[in-house]
Design a protein around this ligand. Sequence first.
Ligand code: CIR
Length: 254
Amino acid sequence: MPTALLREMADTFDQAIVSAGGRPPDVTLAKEQHAAYSGALRDAGYEIEVVPTDDAYPDCVFIEDTAVVLGSVVLATRPGARERRGEVEPVVERLRERLPVFSIEAPGTLDGGDVMILGGTVFVGRSRRSNEEGIAQLRDTADSQGMSLVTVPVDGVLHLKSAVLPVDDGTVVVTPGTVDESLLAGLRIVHEMPHERHSFSALPLRNGTLLVTSSAPDTTAALTRLGITTVPIDVSEIQAADGGLTCMSILIGD
Ligand code: CIR
């Protein structure tokens, strides 16, 4: 059965890393929103598995950043934020029960939020968190799985998937001005509406629906007009900590 691996939110989530000008999230509301997210994944047909939290890692709910499932293997990351590196092992321990695990080695850094897999192509953001060495190691793993890799320099946002959101294998939503769109050649691009800048996030689910943030209704309406079925969810407190909808799960067997 397809599984969504989630990580319980830390009681210290209000100390999560927040970009300049941001506000700390409200932990109580964030936990409610995380529970709703888990429920939406369950409703879409995923079995939910939860890795216990660790209050020493305020950002650990953002489990996506710690490991990437690539074809039939897992790549354990080495997060660009030093203070997040201890989040990796408890997650990888779970994944090791299912799939062979390879690891990004120093001096490479890679955050799962920079990795977007569409069909047989891996798009990777070169960002403040993911460096050339990490990307080279990701390329080796992608090669081993018969997948191609496209590097996308990311500017002004945290991760690739802060600005380029997968809708389906051929469609993405892009925040204008954040990436060179010629690198996304062949994909149908929908632009995030200017008045909803940095509000849209999405996670394609196995039942064919698209989980979307309720904070970007006009961008969502553009997708609906293309025939995409969307399921809006309020994750304001997750967004306060620079997270989106992909970042709180690792989908396996999808
Ligand atoms: C961080 O700065 O690392 C966290 N506050 C946010 C990480 C979000 N991760 C993701 O979207 N994949």
